[in-house]
Each structure stands twice: as C-alpha cells, then as structure tokens.
Design a protein around this ligand. Structure first.
Ligand code: MOS
Length: 744
C-alpha cells in the first residue's frame, strides 16, 4: 500500500496471509534435522513424594533415548533468583525435576525422549511411579480463614496494593439511604490459546542453543535458560515470530522450555517438547477469587460508602497477586472507602496473569454493585454512573492523564439504543424469552516500561526496525511497521519490522496492553534518531541545497528528505544510502519519564451495553447484541484494535457464561482439562457485536499517546452481561459463570 500516513488507517495484518495459508511457522513446527521428541510425564497425585520411578519398560522400548527425572537430571542451581523470570511474583519459583517432592497435581516429574513423538508418548505411559501421598488443600472457599496479606517483591510490572482506607466507611454505610451487599465467586480459568506450549531446540555445539519457543517474551525465555543452565546469554537465541495466542500464559517460561533445553544440553541433540491440551492445564491459571462488596448511596444517588475486599488463591511457593479491589475508588468519587486484598496458599501451581488480570475480576463486583444500587434508587444505571462520574482519581488524589469515559457512555448508549429500554426488570419479552439490557464501565491501567529499538536504512531504500518483542496475535508487527513508516515519512512497502528474536534489542514481555505504548514509542524514537543521521548524510552527499539545514528546515515524506521551503528539492532515501556508500543506522531506548508520569492516573476506559435473551422455561442465555465503546488514546490501526476489543468482548461472554476449570477437591485435580468440557464461546454463541473508538488525546502517557487495547474490551463486558441477565429475569446471580440452572 502506498501511503506515508498509515497511522489511524485499518491496515490489514501484514502476516495475515502467512497465517491463514499455514505458512507461518510455530514453535513445534520448525523443520530441524535429526530431531528427538520429548513427552512429559505428569504427577497423578497432588502432594507428596516420589518414592520410585520404574523406567525399565520405557527404556526397553526401541527408539527411546533417555528418561529424565530428578534422579538423573543435570546439575541445577538451587538459588531461587536464577529461576526468577521477568514475571515471577515474590516467592520461590517452581523448579522442574528438582527433587522428589510433588507440589501439585500435574507437576512434570519425568521427560521421556525418543526418536518419535509417538514412541515418547507411548513410553511415558509405561512408566510406573510409586508415590507417598500427603494431605493437601486445594479449595479456596474452604480455606478462607487462612487468608493473609501478599508478600511484596519485584516483578516487571509492580502491582499496586489496595489504597488506604478513607473517611469512615462503617458510619457512612450505616447512614446510607440505599445499600447493596454482595458476594462474588469466580472459578479458576485456564488460558487456552490455540497454539499448545512447545519448544524446539537446535543444539549448536557446547553451551550454545537456538530455541524456538512459544512465549510472550523472547528475552524472558533467553535469560531464564541462560541463568538456570549457566550459559552465556549470547549463546542462547530464542525465536518466536508467530505465537498462536497467549492471553498471559506465555508471560512466564513454561516447563516444556526447561525440559527441552535440559534434554538438548545433556544429550547434545536437537529436541522438541510439546504439550498436549490437557497438559495446558498443568501450569498457571486465573486464580479463583472470592469478593465481597458493600456499597451505599444517598437518596439523591451519590455514592457515599464503598467497601470491596477480595481473597484469591496462590500456590505454596509463590505469592501471585493482582489488582482486584482498587478500581472502584479510581472510577467513582467516594469519601468513605475500605479495601482489602488477601491470599490463601493452596497446593496448586502458581496462578498467573490472564487477560485483564484482577481488573476483569474486580470490575464484575464493582459494576454489579453499582447496577444493584441504581435499581434500588429507581434510577437508570447509566444516569447513576454519570451522576457519580469523576474527572479525577479521588482514590489517589491525582488527575487522569486523559479520561473520555463519558464519551464512551454516550457513543455506546446511542448506538445501542439504551433509551428505548423499559427500566423494569422481567417485563420485556420476545416470545418465550425474557429480554434484558445491561451496561457496565471498564477501566484498565496504562503501564509504562522502557523499550529499545534499532533501525537501519539500506541501499534498497528499505527501513528495517528491530525489537525482540513478540506479536501474540495482537497486530504488533503491523502497527510497528505503521509507526516506523509514518515516523520516517515512508510508504509501508519500504518498511520491515523484524521482531520475535532475542538477538534483537531487549523488549519487556508482551502483556498488560502496554506493547503498543512501550515498543511503539521506542520505534518512534529510533526513527527520530535516524532522521538526524539522514540529514547529516544528505549534507555529506549533496552539500549544496541542504547546506545549513536543521531538522526544522526539512520534511520526511514519500521515502524522501525534502526541503520545507521547496519540497521539489529532495533526496530519496535509496539514492542517499547508495551515495553514502553504507547503511544508515540508529539505536534508541525509550525510557519513560517516571517523575512526570507519577503525577497522573493513567488508564484506558470502556463502556459496554449488552442485550440478552433468557429462555423462561430452560434458563438458557444468549447474548443477542452488544456495543462496546473504548477510550484508549490514539488508535494506531482501527482494524487490529477492533479485533482486540472484539476478542475481549467474546472473552467476556465466555467469562460470564462459560469458562471455568472444575476441580475435584478430594483429588486436588482439575477435571475438565480438554476443549470438549472446558467451554469457551464458539461461533454459534456470537451474535451482533459492535466496537466504537472514541477520540481521546493524551500527550502525557507516551510519545504516541496510545494506551493499548488488549484488555479493556473484556473488563466491561462480563459485568454488563450479568446486569442484563438481572434486567431480563429479576435475578442477581453473582457467581461466574452464570449457568442456566441458576435462572430456573
Ligand atoms: Mo496479558 S494477561 O498481560 O498477556
């Protein structure tokens, strides 16, 4: 496509063709010669010790090369810090095959390596393990009495603790004219990206590996492997240009990476280890969370008291924590607040970030409580939100860097036709079905982190910009190409964004919706740096017309540097590099101005409006239509951004109505570890969905003014569905997912 102004245009995903034709290669698909295959043996007990591993039958099977376990693994460091990846919460990271101890059900305890995948898998089934079982606990709700505050510690993204209490909650709540008190339960959810976790290693000689890994951070996997196995990080190259979905599951290196690398180093061979779908349920997950709210308002509809507490599960070895209860105070100006967030250690794998971690959990409780208060006040739910709208974050006493939530409410409610609803619950019908409409606000943090990029302009007049960042399906490759092209006044076809390779400039793990802001700003910055080099070079090769010109005197457009005062005088980048004799290069880090940013609350916002139909006899629920409006600063590419929001809305349908991992607490084991029984929305569940982006200008958050859109679409959707179900049926069901039998 020929254009120098691609930002804001719905450019097709550049790798779309590769993906739909199967030409894009994923971690388990690289053609590597002389490849061995590993299959993981997982613990069938929940807690205890391995007494014996009978490997004989497996080892006798032709084609089996080795069986690894804690008995014969290579020497490993015992320092926790060497196992701590960029997303490790406080505590002791899990160390695969470390010793005989079993910490959770499904723990990897052996790896069978064979000539073929099938041989390895069959051999794994022949291994007999004798355990000594000990008592365990896996139920959050039965162990709430053991809740305690989370440990503080380092992580890439520091998650704030709940804000301090303000005013006098008890007194204000007692004096409120209307109150709502609610309890909310969320189940565990497992990330189920289409691509299974897999690693392929190429053994390059002593201490040197090329690693194809499924990950949301090539640098993260690289440093993790180098630290644990004592390799120089330059000798570990992690490659992941295509990632078949992540949703947070790839923010930490998973155990197949560790096992694959261990086998490869020990056997000095190329190895592949891929998980199967049920093994995708043997590591991180969204933690089950128990929440309580107590909201109070005056009779004129002003919120006066807000209490929100959450208790979530974590593992015995790490304190995974997320921001669940902080959002209500950020959104609504309430004088009397009380917040608390606690954890219960259970015998499970450490939970991990899943799309809108904490936000999608907490906002369900907050926006349900708001909805309930609006009905108690006999006030329209939207009007109630507008009445309590705050231009500043009163919980932190800070202004927002920008907040166009009001525009979200207006645009989405108009498109939805909110005014036409009959406000009385259980009054609107369509044949046998009760019809309900509901709405919710959404909020998600804008996180600032450092990022780095390199840029090269070559003899073909082609710009190459590099970052180690991944593209987990979000459109990163496309939007970075757009940002680079626009920054340097180039057409998209002359720009290549190279990424997904740890050899490239260091990038943080891709998550938190921050990649556009973080890497996008680095890409912009490196192009600005390159402009200076271009100007210098043009003066070298064409001294006369550009003599004395500064950056203010020139423009960069259509792959040319031109004089502002006479744009007919220009020099093409291609000619320039050719005359210059060598490539032009720049490297630049984008370091956020923490001092400036600290003065503001930085958040993206959304508003969702949903219609549901509930079959009066069967209780079945259908989301018939939904509109979500989003204020997320600059939208680089409305097409890929809109796909992000649609994905979030669909996830909202899954979260409210379908997704849950069921655990048998007598066994300590997840029971529905397959896509037949772990329900996620399918095409038949999705009807009319609309995404609207509202204008939002933000000069504070980053160079681009872009907030990111990975998570904000989910936050408001699930509560809006729950509120619509209340409006349809008159029943307030606060435990997710909402099942048809809850409504009978
Ligand atoms: Mo997302 S949970 O930050 O990958």
């Amino acid at each position: 496509m020929k254009t120098s102004h691609s930002i804001g245009k719905p450019i097709d995903r550049l790798e779309g063709h590769l993906k739909v034709t199967g030409a894009a290669t994923y971690a388990a698909e690289y053609e590597v010669g002389d490849l061995l295959h590993g299959y993981v043996v997982n613990s069938t007990i929940t807690k205890g010790k391995i007494i014996d591993i009978d490997e004989q039958a497996a080892r006798e099977l032709p084609g089996v090369i080795e069986v690894f376990s804690h008995n014969n693994r290579s020497k490993l460091p015992w320092f926790d810090i060497l196992y701590a990846d960029m997303d490790a919460p406080p505590g002791t990271p899990f160390k695969p095959l470390y010793d005989e101890n079993v910490l959770y059900n499904g723990q990897p305890i052996a790896l069978v390596v064979a000539e073929t995948f099938e041989t390895a898998r069959y051999a794994a089934s022949l291994i007999k393990i004798t355990y000594e079982e000990s008592k365990f606990k896996t139920s959050l709700l039965s162990n709430l009495q053991d809740s305690r505050s989370p440990k503080k510690g380092m992580a890439t993204v520091v998650k704030p603790l709940p804000p301090d209490d303000k005013g006098n909650f008890e007194k204000a709540y007692a004096a409120a004219n209307v109150t709502y008190e609610g309890e909310f339960n969320h189940p565990p959810e497992h990330h189920n990206p289409l691509e299974l976790f897999a690693t392929t290693t190429v053994y390059e000689g002593k201490g040197k590996l090329t690693v194809y890994d499924k990950t949301q951070g090539t640098s993260n996997s690289q440093l993790y492997i180098a630290n644990i196995f004592g390799l120089h990080y330059k000798n570990v190259r992690v490659i992941a240009p295509f990632v078949g979905g992540g949703f947070g599951s790839g923010l930490r290196p998973q155990y197949q990476l560790f096992l694959c690398v261990m086998a490869s180093l020990q056997l000095k061979r190329n190895v592949r280890v891929a998980m199967d779908r049920s093994q995708m349920f043997t590591f991180g997950h969204r933690p089950p969370t128990y929440q309580k709210t107590k909201f109070g308002a005056s009779k004129d509809g002003m919120l006066t008291a807000l209490h929100h507490t959450a208790i979530a599960e974590t593992s015995q070895n790490e304190d995974y924590n997320e921001v669940v209860v902080n959002w209500g105070g950020m959104l609504y100006p309430v004088k009397n607040t009380e917040f608390d967030y606690k954890l219960v250690s259970l015998d499970i794998f450490t939970p991990m970030d899943m799309r809108a971690p904490g936000g999608s959990t907490g906002m369900h409780a907050i926006e349900t409580s708001m909805d309930a208060l609006s009905y108690a006040l006999n006030m329209d739910p939207l009007e109630f939100r507008l009445l309590n709208y705050s231009e500043t974050d009163e919980s932190a006493n800070k202004p927002f860097s920008s907040k166009e939530l009001k525009a979200c409410y207006q645009k989405a409610s108009e498109a939805f036709g909110w005014e036409q609803r009959n406000p009385k619950p259980r009054t609107t019908k369509r044949g046998q079905r009760l019809v309900g409409t509901g709405m919710s606000s959404g909020i998600w943090d804008v996180i600032a982190l450092p990022g780095k990029a390199k840029a090269t302009l070559n003899k073909k007049g082609q710009l190459k910009v590099k970052s180690a960042v991944t593209d987990i399906g979000t459109g990163t490759r496309t939007i970075m190409t757009q940002i680079a092209a626009d920054s340097l006044g180039m057409t998209l076809d002359n720009v290549v964004f190279e990424y997904g390779d740890s050899k490239m400039p260091l990038a943080p793990i891709q998550g938190g919706s921050y990649t556009t802001g973080v890497i996008g700003s680095a890409v912009k910055a490196v192009c600005e740096a390159l402009k200076k080099k271009i100007l210098k070079a043009v003066k070298r090769v064409e001294a006369s017309s550009f003599k004395g010109a500064t950056l203010d005197d020139v423009i960069f457009s259509d792959n040319y540097i031109k004089l502002k005062k006479d744009p007919n005088i220009g020099f093409s980048f291609q000619q320039l590099v050719s005359d210059n004799g060598k490539k032009l290069k720049a490297s630049k880090s984008n370091i956020p101005n923490a001092f400036k940013l600290k003065k503001y609350t930085r958040a993206a916002h959304s508003a969702a409006f949903v219609e549901v139909e509930v079959d009066e006899q069967l209780g079945t629920i259908k989301v018939t239509r939904a509109v979500t409006a989003v204020a997320a600063g600059k939208i680089i590419n409305p097409k890929t951004a809109s796909s992000q929001i649609l994905g979030g809305m669909i996830w909202g349908i899954g979260k409210a109505l379908q997704e849950e991992t069921l655990i048998d607490h007598n066994l300590g084991k997840y029971m529905n570890t397959n896509l037949g029984e772990y329900h996620i929305p399918v095409h038949a569940d999705i009807n009319d969905l609309e995404v609207i982006f509202v204008e939002e200008k933000d000069d504070i958050i980053n160079e681009l003014g872009a907030k990111g859109v990975g998570e904000i679409g989910l936050v408001s959707m699930a509560p809006a569905i729950a509120n619509a179900i209340y409006h349809a049926t008159g029943k307030r069901i606060n435990n997710f997912p909402i099942h048809f039998d809850d409504l009978l």
